[in-house]
Design a protein around this ligand. Structure first.
Ligand SMILES: NC(=O)c1ccc[n+]([C@@H]2O[C@H](COP(=O)([O-])OP(=O)(O)OC[C@H]3O[C@@H](n4cnc5c(N)ncnc54)[C@H](O)[C@@H]3O)[C@@H](O)[C@H]2O)c1
Ligand SMILES: [Zn+2]
Ligand SMILES: [Zn+2]
Length: 347
């Protein structure tokens, strides 16, 4: 088969790779029908995620068709159309029993495209298939459900729920990539009074308006702190969400929060970021960080099928699987291409 293989920072290729086979009786082999690229894949290519080593097939989001299941797989069947979640869950460890699948101790967690081969391939092996995939309801398009593999649960859990967005809140979102936009969509469900989207790319700020931000700030030449202060009587945002993954944007997210406010870090960081305790120790802040657990996937799926969450608008570009190089190019140059999520499908 063909797959998108990582060869160290800045190097990747769509090349021949061994077709995956069942290794454990709880595995399934899934034919990838639609797959996408995450901002985290860009971090990997920058060398920010050193556990990803030369030869690894990237990708942790897919919709596919089950080709083969191990003898221990009970509910997933050959021919099923399933969502492959970015988080794999053994289902039985301490953390899985508490719905904290991202922290799975039984061999799951974020493993696809990280510590085992991922979904940017014609076929993928998914461990613990019963507890790591979701049946796709009839009538839901592949590319719509694909947004549930990572970005919607991430924006919702790690941004909105960890940040404890309440009705009437002023929410500042630093970074309006797909993750920031997913956080904006999720925050909308709680009727905040204002959502301030902050990015460097005007195309992404335009998108943020479409997804529910009422104030947009271009961080390259506008003063986010002054704009948030003006909206909040000088206090700062109730909830500040970091969706970029750089030291500067983390520090900015902290600085934007009001006393007693919440800062929810979503970004994957490759370097240390400074927490200016000398400035904020007395502000009673709550800072949360996290890897998505995907425990809200069923909730978000219900919101999607009841038309309360329209994820298809996140998809701006379509490619076939053999066009991975172009798709990465378009996704990584979002300010010029206007890309949000790119979807690659089987021919
Ligand atoms: N915690 C998790 O479980 C989890 C899951 C998925 C993704 N992530 C992380 O979330 C982050 C966002 O992912 P994405 O897919 O949206 O990535 P992306 O690269 O598409 O988007 C990042 C956005 O940040 C903007 N940006 C860059 N520098 C900025 C600055 N100084 N000020 C304001 N905006 C700036 C960019 O213009 C871009 O629009 C990444 O760090 C990704 O790794 C975390
Ligand atoms: Zn991701
Ligand atoms: Zn587990």
């Amino acid at each position: 088969m063909k797959a998108l293989v990582y060869h160290g920072p800045d190097h990747k290729a769509w090349e021949d790779a061994a077709k995956p086979a069942i290794q454990s009786d709880t595995d399934a082999i899934i034919r990838v029908d639609a797959v996408t690229i995450c901002g985290t894949d860009l971090h990997i290519l920058k060398g920010d995620v050193p556990e990803v080593t030369d030869g690894r097939i990237l990708g942790h989001e897919a919709v596919g068709t089950v080709q083969e299941v191990g003898t221990g797989v009970k509910t997933v069947k050959v021919g099923d159309r399933v969502l492959v979640s970015c988080i794999t869950a053994c289902g039985t460890c301490r953390f899985c029993r508490a719905s904290q699948y991202g922290q799975c101790l039984g061999g799951g967690g974020w493993i696809l495209g990280h510590t085992i081969d991922g979904t940017q391939a014609e076929y993928v092996r998914v461990p613990f298939a019963d507890t790591s995939t979701y049946q796709v309801p009839a009538g839901v398009a592949d590319e719509q459900i694909l947004m549930l593999a990572d970005i919607l649960p991430t924006g919702y859990e790690v941004g909105v729920l960890n940040g404890t967005v309440h009705p009437g809140d002023v929410v500042a979102v630093v970074g309006a990539g797909p993750i920031g936009l997913a956080a904006i969509m999720g925050a909308r469900l709680f009727s905040p009074s204002h959502i301030v989207a902050i990015d460097l790319a005007d195309s992404r700020l335009e998108a943020a308006k479409q997804f529910g931000a009422d104030v947009v700030v271009n961080n390259s030449h506008e003063d986010a702190a002054a704009i948030v202060a003006e909206l909040t009587g000088g206090l700062g945002a109730d909830v500040s969400i970091e969706a970029v993954g750089t030291p500067a944007t983390f520090e900015q997210a902290v600085a934007l929060a009001r006393p007693g406010g919440h800062i929810a870090n979503i970004g994957v960081h490759g370097q240390p970021a400074t927490l200016h305790l000398e400035q904020v120790w007395s502000r009673n802040l709550t800072i949360t960080t996290g890897l998505v657990d995907t425990y809200t996937t069923p909730t978000l799926l219900r919101l999607m099928t009841s038309q309360q969450l329209d994820a298809s608008r996140l998809v701006t570009h379509h490619f076939t699987l053999d066009q991975f190089e172009e798709a990465y190019d378009v996704f990584s140059h979002a300010s010029e291409t206007g890309a949000l999520k790119v979807v690659l499908s089987r021919r």
